[in-house]
Design a protein around this ligand. Structure first.
Ligand SMILES: Nc1ncnc2c1ncn2[C@@H]1O[C@H](COP(=O)(O)OP(=O)(O)OP(=O)(O)O)[C@@H](O)[C@H]1O
Ligand SMILES: [Mg+2]
Length: 208
């Protein structure tokens, strides 16, 4: 397999509950993949596996030719830190850090770069706020900035526009498109209707 990201006969179960069964996927660098499916269909599970965070029950994952689950935990963490950005559905911002500090967290990013990205995402006036002082949609945009600042090769975005109005949803989508245009690979899990994502040129659509 020579794809940027490949999955072979991937299955995942939580105890007796089978969530993913015998999936096969080939994703080339620079693709924009949209994953759809009803609530509970396994989108977050798939993204967690592709992000090297959850070991699948069966099957193989290869990121740049390497099976992350054959590596030691620390090697896998290093691979993830180098190559993978993740916007979690539940965001995971640190409550005691403000917006700018949260965004800079993974790489101690240059604050000017971080401020520029936060401003593109409409957060200029919120840099000093703690997560508890933000709306859910604002938190989601901080999470996106935090994922993009380390310049990962692969961005996994789990419902990043779920709590956003059209304007802010557009900002997030623009951020994803821009990341792809700079050569990044995006995998987006979403419930949004295709019309809301019309500006996206998805290279693959996956239905779970
Ligand atoms: N840690 C876990 N232990 C047991 N069952 C789990 C666990 N995580 C998820 N599940 C179950 O696996 C199924 C798939 O969950 P997952 O979070 O992947 O769905 P999803 O497609 O992301 O849903 P949503 O659109 O609501 O975010 C669900 O039925 C869920 O209840
Ligand atoms: Mg989910």
């Amino acid at each position: 397999m020579s794809a940027f990201l490949a999955v072979e006969n991937l299955s995942h179960s939580y105890g007796k509950l089978e969530v993913l069964a015998q999936m096969n996927l080939q994703i080339e660098a620079g693709e924009f993949v949209v994953v759809r499916g009803a609530s509970g269909s396994g989108k977050s599970t798939l993204l967690s596996i592709l992000g090297c965070m959850l070991r699948p029950s069966a099957g193989m994952v290869q990121l740049k030719g390497v099976d992350p689950f054959s590596l030691s935990a620390s090697e896998r963490a290093q691979l993830r830190a180098q190559d993978v950005g993740f916007v979690f559905q539940t965001m995971h911002l640190l409550p005691f850090l403000n917006v700018l500090q949260n965004a800079c967290l993974p790489i101690r990013a240059d604050p000017q770069t971080a401020k520029a990205m936060l401003s593109e995402l409409g957060l200029t006036d919120r840099l000093d706020h703690k997560p508890a002082q933000l709306s859910v949609g604002e938190r989601q945009r901080v999470a996106l900035a935090r994922a993009l600042l380390p310049q990962p090769k692969l961005l996994l975005a789990d419902e990043p526009t779920g709590n956003l109005d059209d304007v802010n949803s557009g900002r997030v989508i623009d951020g994803l498109i821009q990341f792809q245009q700079m050569g990044g690979t995006v995998i987006l899990a979403t419930h949004s209707p295709p019309s809301a994502l019309s500006r996206l040129q998805a290279t693959q659509q996956l239905s779970l």
